[in-house]
Design a protein around this ligand. Structure first.
Ligand SMILES: Nc1nc2c(c(=O)[nH]1)N[C@H]1C(S)=C(S)[C@@H](COP(=O)(O)OP(=O)(O)OC[C@H]3O[C@@H](n4cnc5c(=O)[nH]c(N)nc54)[C@H](O)[C@@H]3O)O[C@H]1N2
Ligand SMILES: Nc1nc2c(c(=O)[nH]1)N[C@H]1C(S)=C(S)[C@@H](COP(=O)(O)OP(=O)(O)OC[C@H]3O[C@@H](n4cnc5c(=O)[nH]c(N)nc54)[C@H](O)[C@@H]3O)O[C@H]1N2
Ligand SMILES: [Mo]
Length: 762
């Protein structure tokens, strides 16, 4: 049942349901890792790749950004889902010019995302000329000239959009932003705009840095770890080993999630005998099945409990810390007072006794609290104030900048944090621009550029006409798929630098280019000898990554080489930049990074150290780089998402068989779903109220400012999920996310808080 809109995906197989799992990883996971990689890459190529992933002198796993141990690394420092990402990249299947001769864009649009993914690696540059329905070969030089010509033809540099996904290396990202700013715009939207932007906005204001403040050693030393709004069993499986270690060291783990996620319940370590035998370590001591978007209320309720105990004479707050390091406590405590118990309990749906148990748990030992979070918090309207409430709690007990305590936004893409450090941001702070101007002897543009949502809107209005994507899948990752498709179609040129075929190659501007690049696992021989790149993980460690596999086609170029090719045609060499030289030797790029970005002193030698190096992090040392040089409390009122009667709150989430928009397979093993993606998880009571039977087909309508958006034919699955809420997979449900429904301050699409109604399928 293929649908022919932009969101196509379908399953020919029958839905296969089983009970959700109660623990994660262990043998089935290892088995399926090997099967994935060897099935795609073959025995020799596959084994070679797996032995190098996350090893010192190996390559950084392209999947998530969870760090590797500093000193001891296991022989297999990867997880099942990392193996899927590696299998996808190291596949021996090829997409050549003949493929595009055989398949028109219209034909390809009828195929599913999983089918696109299965076709193999993109192998040569191709162009879709105006009026044509096919891609055809084009030389690299011609592509560079064409991109430069289209960009130069714009009335204003701000009519160009330069997107980045989070696998781009530090070296490529630095070069890319340098080119874009020389061209004259800050239109550098990135996947972070849809991801952890809310964390950055909240943490910058609260503690003066938009990055996590803990290391793996801190995780192992914590008394309490709260995992709130994240599903590590699927999205950061290596985090489970760290949590297991923390539990063995005496930590208590609390999960806060509307769904009972297997990976948070228990963990069987795949590299321990007990784990292989299927003996799982229970992970969480308390599982709070919160109402969607009830997090701000829950966190506020913890603060309220502490305040009451403090008022009764207990010593709970860290007064020395508060006095010396923070500002805004009085306003904050007034806000805590003003939040009423009935409202807080109603908003989060958690019993007061449960909240008191959690409040007490955190006070154990040295009050070493670490809070880890991801998209379950960042993709809501009130995301920024919710994350500030996490900061508030930590500040009350001084749980930042000391051993075993701190803030841990768990990043998504493997180098999304590094890309931002390198200047991939539509509004870099003035000191960055000043440095750039000084080192490169030019005047970089100061006006803020477009973030992702603004970029979509600008293309849709016709105010932006050329789109360049450095990786990623802009169409499928973005909200409001039809609107974004219209926006891309209005462009004169869309150009994607990619490794694998995706739907953004098929919904195009008048002219379109696909430029195939090397992936993380590919050896980069450069033109003057082998090159390595660097990445920054979720804990601010920068380290080298060296691919080791022979590239599948001799026509692939590295991302730095592609950027240098475009920049030479667009800008040409300047007194301070020789693009070609930079692309020949990445040490030259690193020397420039060292000159512009703080923390990269001696970059070339430090990048060669085994295990890499930590970037400076003020908050870790209790130096607050905020405007008032203090850590700041935030007194925002709690405003929880409410929807009309009979409507539900829909969240869009990842299955176990996908990496963002890349669909590896049709299963979601831990949640008991086989062979299906177009499904919606519903509370059995809500199903009953709507007169729905299990697996019945439903149509979903989202409601936003009087407008409706539709997604049809989803199978209704009864699931343990709070009444009034629902969940469906991204990207299939993106059609329902209104483009202008975004988080306050961060402008992140509210992909976890969409008001919907459901009805039996027509
Ligand atoms: N294998 C694999 N790994 C990945 C990715 C992938 O797609 N596949 N993607 C990568 C990327 S870019 C990112 S950003 C991360 C994403 O990592 P996650 O944030 O873990 O990803 P999601 O699937 O969006 O899961 C969101 C979780 O938040 C919960 N949640 C939803 N709404 C709420 C709420 O209101 N409150 C609370 N407390 N919880 C809520 C959901 O039930 C779900 O468990 O993973 C990265 N790693
Ligand atoms: N509804 C909804 N929407 C969401 C989310 C959600 O939870 N719900 N999550 C959001 C989040 S957290 C994120 S991060 C975004 C993800 O948005 P993106 O980063 O744009 O999407 P990906 O699916 O990660 O991109 C996959 C494509 O990247 C290309 N690629 C892979 N590796 C490389 C490489 O090394 N170099 C280059 N040049 N290309 C490469 C491949 O061609 C592949 O098809 O989606 C966001 N969209
Ligand atoms: Mo992400």
């Amino acid at each position: 049942m293929a649908t022919n809109d932009e969101t196509t995906f379908e399953s020919e197989d029958q839905l296969d349901l089983s009970p959700p799992k109660k623990w994660a990883t262990g043998l089935p996971a290892v088995g399926s890792s090997l099967q994935h990689v060897i099935g795609q890459a073959g025995l020799i190529r596959g084994t070679k790749a797996l032995l190098k992933v996350n090893q010192q002198r190996g390559f950084d796993c392209p999947s998530c950004a969870w760090p590797d141990p500093d000193d001891h690394r296991a022989k297999a420092e990867f997880c099942e889902n990392g193996a899927k990402a590696i299998a996808s990249e190291t596949t021996k299947r090829k997409i050549t010019a003949e493929f595009f001769q055989e398949h028109s864009l219209s034909d390809l649009l009828e195929q599913s995302d999983a089918w696109h993914e299965a076709q193999g690696r993109l192998c040569e540059p191709v162009i879709k000329r105006a009026g044509s329905d096919h891609y055809e070969p084009i030389s690299w030089e011609e592509s560079f000239t064409l991109i430069a010509k289209e960009l130069k033809a714009l009335d204003d540099p701000n009519e160009g959009i330069f997107y980045t996904s989070g696998r781009t290396s530090n070296e490529a990202a630095f070069l890319y932003q340098l080119m874009v700013r020389h061209f004259g715009t800050n239109n550098l939207p990135d996947c972070s705009n849809m991801c952890h932007e809310s964390s950055g906005a909240a943490m910058n204001a609260a503690v003066g840095i938009g990055k996590g403040t803990v290391s793996l050693d801190d995780i192992h030393a914590a008394d309490t770890i709260i995992s709130i709004g994240q599903n590590p069993g699927t999205n950061h499986p290596r985090m489970l080993s760290s949590l297991e270690q923390a539990v063995e060291n005496g930590a208590k783990i609390i999960a806060v999630n509307p769904l009972k996620e297997a990976g948070l319940l228990a963990f069987a370590h795949p590299q321990k005998v007990s784990g292989l035998l299927g003996k799982a370590t229970p992970l969480t001591s308390q599982y709070l099945q919160i109402k969607p978007n009830g997090d701000h209320a829950l966190l506020r309720a913890i603060a309220k409990t502490w305040k009451e105990w403090e008022d009764e004479g207990e010593s709970i707050f860290d007064h020395d810390f508060i006095q010396k390091h923070t500002a805004g406590i009085e306003d904050y405590l007034r806000a805590v007072e003003a939040s009423t118990w009935p409202q807080l309990l109603e908003d989060c749906g958690i019993l007061r006794e449960e909240i008191e148990t959690l409040a007490r748990t955190i006070l154990r030992g040295q009050k070493r609290l670490i809070t880890c979070w991801a998209m379950g918090l960042t993709q809501h309207k009130n995301a920024v104030v919710t994350i500030r409430e996490i900061c508030n709690l930590h500040l009350l007990i001084g749980a930042v900048g000391r051993e075993g305590a701190g803030l841990c936004p768990v990043r998504g893409h493997s180098n999304v944090q590094g890309d931002r450090t390198m200047g991939i941001y539509e509004k870099m702070p003035p000191p960055f621009h000043d440095k750039l101007d000084e080192v490169f002897e030019f005047k970089s543009p100061r006006a803020s550029g477009h973030d992702t949502v603004m970029a979509i809107q600008a293309m849709h209005r016709g105010d932006a006409k050329v789109f360049l994507g450095m990786g990623g899948n802009f169409l499928q990752a973005s909200p409001d798929t039809s609107f974004t498709a219209e926006a891309l179609r209005k462009c004169r040129l869309t150009c994607q630098v990619s490794t694998k075929l995706n739907r953004s190659h098929l919904i195009t501007g008048e002219t379109a280019l696909i430029l195939p690049c090397l992936g993380r696992s590919d050896v980069d021989l450069g033109t003057s000898g082998p090159q390595f790149i660097t990445c920054e993980n979720s804990m601010g460690i920068v380290q080298a990554s060296r691919g080791s596999l022979e590239p599948i086609s001799d026509q692939l170029k590295s991302e730095p080489a592609i950027i240098a090719g475009i920049a030479s045609a667009l800008i040409g060499d300047t007194p301070t930049i020789s693009w070609k030289k930079l692309a020949e030797n990445y040490d030259e790029i690193r020397s420039l990074i060292e000159k512009v970005i703080p923390g990269f002193d001696d970059f070339n030698s430090k990048a060669r150290q085994d295990g890499g190096f930590y970037l400076p992090n003020g908050a870790k040392k209790r130096t607050w780089k905020t405007q008032n040089a203090k850590a700041n409390f935030s007194p925002s009122p709690v405003e929880t998402l409410k929807v009309a009667k009979d409507h539900l709150i829909l969240q869009t989430l990842r299955s176990h068989d996908q990496y963002n928009t890349t669909v590896y397979g049709m299963d979601d093993r831990y949640r008991g779903i086989g062979h299906a993606r177009r499904i919606i998880f519903l509370n059995p009571q809500d199903m009953k109220a709507h007169g729905l039977k299990p697996t019945q087909s439903v149509d979903i309508t989202s409601h936003w400012k009087g407008d409706q958006r539709h997604a049809k034919n989803f199978q209704a699955i009864p699931y343990d999920i709070p009444q009034g809420s629902a969940a469906a997979y991204f990207p299939e449900a993106n059609a329902l996310v209104p483009v202008d429904s975004t988080a306050d301050t961060s402008n992140t699409p509210t992909s976890k808080g969409i008001e919907i109604s459901i009805s039996p399928a027509e």
